[in-house]
Write a protein that binds this ligand. Structure first.
Ligand code: ARE
Ligand code: CA
Length: 572
């Protein structure tokens, strides 16, 4: 037995509550090493009747490890447990005291008490969400009167500083379009008063940029969206402000004397925007001075902003810009404030890498899942990894997070910061469709970047921010109809949204990937063929036929999947 590869701790994504008296447990072992893992558990004060044994199941593997999982129930909410590891030759106990042949010597792991106050909860509505990301200047110009000077004709080439006149009135005008598509959670990149086209350099956190509208337009957007069963999220740029933010201007003017001198990370006075003697977003972005979020006055200011938009204007959540560079304590307070203002509000961090530390239930609910995107690019778009590599990458990401977070992940293929996915695919639409089929049927919620549904392309920022194509002659209407259908399939089948996940076909030779999403009532087998040949697939355990949700065709006997094709087989 490879004891050195075995890992468990009663914390993070390895041991945590998923209900008032249920905890999910994960144990990691060297890939292929163990044949079985079980767990002896009981109340930590030995309450009568609390003793049990749980068989863990192999939930997935990555390149190096197997992950064994189980859910333990405890009436008293106080659990202690130890594992019995079996590699087919030896059996060893494992717990806090290490490895032992006799159980008592290994001791116990403890989950001392499953406090309801610590339970990671994500609002229920999130399970049904399909996100649509909008870059307001480029979505729709609904009001020519608020256009900034020098606005370019719709459809021109975007540069870092061009304006096209898109606004909130445009979004309101297109709500029927979005409703028809089936999306129900709109995420708008920043809309507060700011000089730039992207508006990540805020001047006033309490005002809508006049190019986009005003408070009334924002309220109208929220109300109209709500009437249609859609929610609206805004972008919280709290890592930094814009150079023209009045407190920073005050520091520029008055130096150390300014009451805001401590709001920023100033290295020396006087502040010099040429030499950039203060911390900024990224490296030397002078226009974006970084906030010192540990300063009580800064915290107070930003928390009131967060509260205002949720409580007074009625937005349904926040996407947090550069969220991984802001301190954890701030995000904890932020969560309390936002959830108190609206217990149903959603909090999604922007972090491109492992975000385990923020997803414990006390800070964010979810992240923009760029690790999902990375895996999809390598497998679907570029074909750089085979199906086995793809499955391993997905497993590794799932194992980083508590299941509450995994279910709420913003699974995106592209965004305003990246090349468009269709472009990455070399404009091969069949690859985009395959990836979107996966996105719509995987754990987490799909996030669509505006225009993907009509076939928009573009290299990275600024080219990925082209004006939305509204001329139906220029839209890919077939793709649109197909997106519509995929979204409705997801909405109609609960198994695809909240069902358990198990990969069942990982055929590297054929390059076919198959997985099962299952609830007690329903089961869907998703099969994706990422090869240019038709592939016949053998049925995984427990499935022997069903109806394809996409084509309506019934499959029994042979299950053949077309080149670059997909089947979503409802078998239960
Ligand atoms: C502007 C120009 C760009 C130019 C850049 C150079 O438009 O063409 O390349 O300046 O400095 C906003 C605007 C951008 C603007 C930027 C600076 O939208 O257009 O770029 O401000 O003025 C990292 C961060 C992540 C961040 C990305 C962009 O970790 O938080 O970089 N994303 C958010 C927003 C952006 C926004 C800002 C932050 C600033 O979503 O839109 O930019 O408020 C790797 C790294 C990641 C890295 C990622 C992308 O994977 O691991 O950490 O993300 O690449 O670079
Ligand atoms: Ca306008």
């Amino acid at each position: 037995m490879f004891q050195e590869a075995i890992y468990h701790q009663p914390l993070g994504a390895y041991g945590y509550a998923i209900g008032s008296n249920r905890a999910k447990i994960t144990l990691r072992s060297k890939k292929g090493d163990l044949k079985a893992v079980s767990m002896l558990h009981e109340d930590r004060f030995d309450a009568p009747g609390s003793h049990g044994t749980l068989q863990l199941t192999l939930a997935g593997s990555d390149e190096m490890f197997d992950y064994w999982q189980g859910t333990v129930e405890s009436e008293t909410k106080r659990v202690r447990y130890r594992f019995l590891l079996d590699d087919g030759v030896n059996r060893l106990w494992y717990a806090e005291g290490g490895f032992a042949t006799v159980g008592e010597r290994a001791g116990w792991f403890h989950l001392p008490y499953l406090n309801l106050a610590d339970l990671f909860t994500v609002p229920d509505w999130v399970e049904g969400a399909v996100v649509y990301q909008i870059f307001p200047d480029r979505f729709r110009n609904g009001n020519k009167d608020n256009d900034p000077d020098g606005v370019l004709p719709w459809g021109g080439t975007p540069t870092p500083s061009t304006f096209f006149g898109g606004d909130l009135a445009g979004i309101i005008e297109k709500l029927p379009y979005l409703s028809d598509l089936g999306v129900n959670l709109l995420y708008l990149t920043p809309v507060f008063f700011s000089p730039s086209t992207h508006k990540y350099d805020t001047i006033d956190y309490l005002a809508i940029d006049p190019q986009f509208g005003d408070l009334e337009t924002m309220k109208e957007l929220v109300d109209e969206a709500h009437k249609r069963g859609m929610r609206v999220m805004l972008d919280a740029v709290f890592n930094h402000c814009g150079m023209l933010f009045p407190p920073f201007q005050d520091v520029l003017a008055r130096g150390q004397e300014s009451e805001y001198a401590d709001w920023f990370h100033i290295k020396s006075f006087p502040v010099d925007t040429q030499a950039i003697n203060y911390e900024t977003f990224a490296t030397g972005v002078a226009s974006m001075p970084k906030f010192r979020t540990e300063h009580p006055a800064v915290r107070e200011y930003l928390l009131r902003v967060a509260e205002y938009w949720v409580k007074d204007i009625g937005i349904d959540g926040w996407r947090l810009d550069v969220a991984d560079e802001v301190d954890h304590a701030f995000w904890r307070e932020f969560r309390s404030v936002v959830r108190a203002a609206n217990p149903e509000a959603l909090i999604v961090g922007e972090a491109w890498h492992a975000s385990t530390e923020w997803l414990n239930g006390d800070q964010w609910d979810s992240v923009m899942n760029y690790l999902f995107r990375d895996a999809c690019i390598d497998f679907f778009a570029k074909g750089d990894i085979d199906v086995e590599g793809f499955d391993q990458r997905l497993t590794r990401v799932r194992m980083m997070y508590k299941e509450q977070a995994t279910k709420a992940m913003f699974n995106l293929l592209d965004s305003h910061d990246t090349e468009r996915f269709l472009t990455t695919c070399g404009e091969r639409e069949e690859l985009l469709r395959l990836a979107v089929t996966f996105q719509m049927s995987y754990m987490g919620i799909p996030e669509i970047y505006y225009g993907t549904e009509v076939g928009m392309v573009g290299l990275t920022d600024p080219d990925c921010r082209r004006c939305m194509i509204w001329d139906e002659q220029e839209q890919n209407r077939e793709l649109y109809q197909w997106f519509r259908r995929m979204i409705s399939i997801r909405k109609e089948h609960r198994a695809l949204r909240v069902g358990s996940f198990r990969s069942v076909i990982v055929d590297a030779l054929a390059n076919v990937y198959g997985f099962v999403r299952e609830t007690d009532e329903e089961g869907v087998l998703v099969v994706l063929n990422r090869s240019r040949f038709a592939q016949s697939v053998s049925w995984p355990d427990g499935v022997s036929g069903g109806v394809d949700l996409l084509s309506g065709a019934r499959y029994d006997g042979v299950l053949e999947v077309e080149p670059f094709g997909a089947v979503l087989l409802k078998y239960k």
